[in-house]
Design a protein around this ligand. Sequence first.
Ligand code: ADP
Length: 262
Amino acid sequence: MQRPRREHAGTPVVQVRGVDKSFGENRVLADVDLEVHEGEVVVVIGPSGSGKTTLLRTLNHLESVDAGRVEINGRLMGYKLDDDGKPRGLPDAEVSRQRREVGMVFQRFNLFPHKTALENVLLAPNALRLPDAIDREGALDLLARVGLREHAEKYPHQLSGGQQQRVAIARAIAMNPKVLLFDEPTSALDPELVGEVLGTIADLADEGRTMVVVTHEMRLARDVADWVVFMEDGRIVAQGPPDEVLGANATPRVARFLQQVD
Ligand code: ADP
C-alpha cells in the first residue's frame, strides 16, 4: 500500500512554532516546531505520555498553549482559553471558522448513538450552520467513499467498531476541513478491524488530503506517511521521511521504540 512520497515543502497548512505547554509542573510540550504542508500526511509516533495527543489538540482549540504560536492556513489560532473553552479575544464567528478548518477523528468514535450513520454525517456541518452544508446526497456520497453506502440507515450499535470509525471519518470530511487530525484512530478497535480503517486513511492520503495522524500503528507510519515525527518527553526528537526515521539509519532511541512496538 506504499504511496509515492510528497515533499516536506510547499504551502504550509499547519505551522507550530516554539510551542510550550505544561499541566501544573508537568512540561508536556517543550519548544515544539512542526510544519504540515498542503496534501501532506504527517504521522506522529512515540512512547505513551510523550505529548502526541496534546500536540494534536493544540491544533483544534481543544488545548491552549503557554507559549509559542499555532497557525492554521496562515491564521493564528486563538490559544488562550476562557473557562467556557472559547479562545480569549477572538469573536465567536472567528472561533467557529477556525474550528471548521480542522476536522478531528478520535480514538473512540464519538458518534451520536440515537442517530443513524447518515444523520451523524449530516449533523456536524448542519449544526455549525456551514454555508456549504452538505445535503443527504452529499452525505451518502461520503458514506460511499468510506465503503458504507449500504449502512447509511443503521445506528452505531448496529455497526462494528471499524464501521463506526469510518462513519466518524466521513463526518469529519463532511466539514470539508483544511486539515484532518486523527488521534489514535485504530487503538480502540479489535485487531481484525484495524485494516479497514487504515485502508480508509490511506485512501484519503491518495486523495491528497492534508492529515496529521497520532498512532501506534507502524503500518501507517511506514506506508502512508510522507513525514514521520517521533516525540519523547514533549519534544520532537526525530523527524523526516519514513525511510530515514524508521529505516536502517534510525536513531538508537527510535530503533529501541520500534523494537518494542513492532
Ligand atoms: P501521548 O499522546 O504521547 O500519550 P499525551 O499528550 O496524552 O501523551 O500526554 C502527555 C502528558 O500530559 C502525560 O504525562 C499526561 O499525563 C499529561 N496530560 C495530558 N492531558 C492532561 C490533562 N488534561 N491534565 C493533566 N495532565 C495531562
